[in-house]
Design a protein. Structure first.
Length: 547
C-alpha cells in the first residue's frame, strides 16, 4: 500500500506492536535513544502473554548469580543452548542472545523500577547437560505495587490463575506452594491483595509499564494491527484499527512487531503444527496477526513446527477473555501418587520432566494404526494425593466435584475414562514397585534435580514417586497445550525480519513469540521465553532507535 503524508493519522519514529515484555522494553530502549515512540496493543489490557506467565527471566551469566553462589561463563551458556537448539537455529543468533542478555538485564534494572533476584534453587530444564546449572540463571521480578500505575492500574492484565495472589517465585519455593499448600500464609496473601500487590508476570509487566508511562508514552489500547505499509520494499508504517475505526501510523525508523504467537488461530495451528495444539495457555488475543503481516510482506519463516509446549487441564465452565481457560499443569504430574497414561493404560513419559519436552511423546505416531497412541492421555492419582496436595483449585479436605472421574477401584476408573483396565493395573503395579524403591526404571522420573523442584522434598525415598494404592482413584484428561508458539519470521542479529533471500526487510523488526524462536525445539530454563523476547526487543529498540 502507498500513502502520501496527508494520509497518515499519526506519525512517530518507532512504532511497537504489542505490550508484552518484548514490546514494552523495545519501546523504552528506542525512546531512551531520543526517538519518538508509539505503542499499540490489540486488547484493552497491557501485558500480553508476559502478564499471565510466571514472569521469570532466564539470563545466563547474569550479575546476580554470584549473590547465590553460582558461577557461569559465556562458553557454558552458549554450549548448553546450542545443544538444546539441536541445529535448528542459526548459531550467530544464539551467540547474540548469550552476549546481550546480561546487558539487557542490567539495563532493565538501571532504567525501570524492575529489580531482579537470582533464584538459587530454580534449576535449568536440563541441569544435567554440560553447561546446565542447578540454579541462578532464572531471575525473579519479585512483587509489584500496582498503585504506582495510577489510572493505568486497572489496565494491567491479570493472570486468571494466580492474579489474585502475590508471592514471589522465591517465596513460593520456600513456602512449598506445591507440596504443602495448606501451610501457605493465607492472611498475608489476602493483605497483599488488598494492597494491590501482584507477582510473577504481572509484576514484570507492571514495572515495565510504569517505566513506559514515566517516559510519557501511553499505549494505544484496543488497537489491533492489520497491515504493514511498504514503499519500495521498505516498511514505513502500519494500518491498524482503533476502537473499530481505521488508523494509519507512519513509523519513520521502523515497526517492531512484538505481538505474540498464533496458538489461538486454528487454521494456522492446523497448517504449521498439524492441529495438535488444542488447548493454549496464553491470552486468546494471540492469533497470529504479526505472522500474517510478515507473510504478506514476503518474510521468510522459521521454527514453524514448534511451540513452548505445556500440558493443559480444563475445569468445566472456566473462561478467560471470553474463551475457555486452559490451565497449564506444572506440579500435579510431578508430585508423588500420580502418573500419566494413554488409552492402553501405559505410561509413556517422565511425568516430572520439563513441560516443553515432556509433551513431545504425546504426539508419537503409529504408522500401522495411523494414529497417535498417546492421545488422549490421562493423569491418574489416588486418595493419598488428595489428602496431601492441591488438585487444581481443590485443597486437601475439600470434596471432589462430580465432573472429576473417580472410582473405588482402578478397574472401575479405567471403565469411566475408556482406558484398558488390564494395562492400567499392570502399569500401576510396576510403578508402585518403582515408588517403593525410589527409582523409576522406565522413564527416570525423579532423577534430575529439575524434577525435584516440583516434587515433595519431604517424601522419601524419591520426591517425585509415590504409590497409587489408596482408594478412591481419580483421573483428569491431559490436553496438548502451549504457553505460546515458537515459529515466525526469521530475524537477523539486529532483530530485523528477513526475506527468503536472507536480506532484511528494511524498517521491520520482530521479537518474542511472533518471531522464529532462536532456541529451536529446546527450552533452556525457566523464563527462556521472556529472556529471549526481552533481549531481542531490547536489540530491536536500540537498532531502530539508532543505537
Amino acid at each position: 500500500m502507498l500513502f502520501r503524508k496527508k494520509n497518515w493519522d499519526l506519525e512517530c519514529d518507532v512504532l511497537v506492536v504489542g505490550t508484552g515484555a518484548a514490546g514494552l522494553l523495545a519501546a523504552i530502549a528506542a525512546h531512551d535513544l531520543g526517538k519518538k515512540t508509539l505503542v499499540i496493543e490489540k486488547s484493552a489490557k497491557v501485558g500480553g502473554t508476559t502478564a499471565v506467565s510466571g514472569g521469570v527471566v532466564w539470563v545466563p551469566n547474569n550479575h546476580h548469580m554470584s549473590e547465590v553462589g553460582v558461577t557461569d561463563t559465556r562458553d557454558e551458556a552458549l554450549g548448553y543452548v546450542l545443544r538444546l537448539a539441536d541445529g535448528r537455529s542459526p548459531a550467530e543468533l544464539v551467540e547474540r542472545f548469550i552476549d546481550t542478555v546480561p546487558e539487557m538485564a542490567r539495563y532493565v534494572e538501571e532504567k525501570t523500577p524492575v529489580r531482579f533476584k537470582a533464584l538459587a534453587r530454580y534449576p535449568d530444564y536440563h541441569p544435567e547437560f554440560q553447561g546446565g546449572k542447578p540454579g541462578g540463571r532464572s531471575l525473579d521480578p519479585g512483587l509489584y505495587d500496582t498503585n504506582r500505575l495510577g489510572a493505568w492500574k486497572s489496565k494491567l492484565r491479570r493472570s486468571p490463575i494466580f492474579g489474585m495472589t502475590a508471592m514471589s517465585v522465591e517465596e513460593a519455593t520456600e513456602w512449598g506452594v506445591f507440596s504443602r499448600p495448606l501451610a501457605l500464609p493465607f492472611k498475608l496473601l489476602g493483605e497483599r491483595l488488598k494492597q494491590g500487590l501482584v507477582c510473577y508476570g504481572g509484576a514484570l509487566a507492571g514495572g515495565l509499564l510504569e517505566a513506559l508511562l514515566a517516559r510519557k508514552i501511553e499505549p494505544m489500547l484496543s488497537a489491533p494491527a492489520r497491515e504493514l505499509v511498504l514503499e519500495e520494499g521498505r516498511v514505513v508504517g502500519l494500518r491498524a484499527e482503533r476502537e473499530g475505526q481505521p488508523v494509519t501510523i507512519r513509523a519513520r525508523r521502523g515497526v517492531i512487531l512484538a505481538s505474540g504467537g498464533f496458538e489461538w488461530n486454528p487454521a494456522l495451528v492446523a497448517q504449521f503444527l498439524g492441529g495438535q495444539l488444542s488447548h493454549p495457555n496464553s491470552p486468546p488475543i494471540n492469533d497470529g496477526d504479526g505472522l500474517k503481516m510478515c507473510m504478506a510482506a514476503g518474510a521468510d519463516l522459521g521454527n514453524m513446527s514448534e511451540a513452548w509446549w505445556c500440558p493443559s487441564i480444563v475445569l468445566p465452565g472456566e473462561e478467560y477473555d471470553g474463551r475457555q481457560l486452559n490451565r497449564g499443569d506444572f506440579a500435579i504430574r510431578s508430585l508423588p501418587h500420580s502418573i500419566i497414561v494413554n488409552r492402553k493404560g501405559e505410561r509413556f513419559v517422565n511425568e516430572a520432566h520439563n513441560y516443553n519436552d515432556m509433551m513431545k511423546p504425546f504426539f508419537a505416531f503409529d504408522p500401522v494404526s495411523y494414529e497417535r497412541p498417546n492421545l488422549p492421555a490421562f493423569l491418574v492419582i489416588d486418595q493419598s494425593f488428595r489428602e496431601k496436595y492441591a488438585l487444581l483449585t481443590l485443597m486437601p479436605g475439600m470434596p471432589t466435584p462430580e465432573w472429576i472421574p473417580s472410582a473405588d477401584t482402578l478397574d472401575a476408573l479405567a471403565g469411566k475414562i475408556a482406558v484398558d483396565p488390564r494395562g492400567l493395573a499392570r502399569t500401576v503395579e510396576r510403578f508402585n514397585g518403582f515408588a517403593r524403591e525410589g527409582v523409576d526404571r522406565d522413564f527416570r522420573r525423579g532423577e534430575s534435580v529439575y524434577d525435584h523442584f516440583y516434587g515433595d522434598p519431604e517424601h522419601k525415598p524419591n520426591p517425585n514417586l509415590g504409590t497409587l494404592e489408596k482408594s478412591p482413584f481419580y483421573a483428569l484428561e491431559v490436553h496438548p497445550g502451549a504457553i505460546g508458539t515458537k515459529g515466525g519470521p526469521k530475524i537477523d542479529r539486529d532483530a530485523r525480519v528477513l526475506r527468503v533471500d536472507g536480506q532484511p526487510i528494511e524498517g521491520l523488526y520482530a521479537a518474542g513469540n511472533v518471531a522464529a524462536g532462536i532456541t529451536g525445539p529446546g527450552y533452556p530454563g525457566a523464563g527462556s521465553t521472556i529472556g529471549v523476547a526481552m533481549t531481542f526487543g531490547f536489540i530491536a529498540g536500540r537498532h531502530a532507535g539508532g543505537g
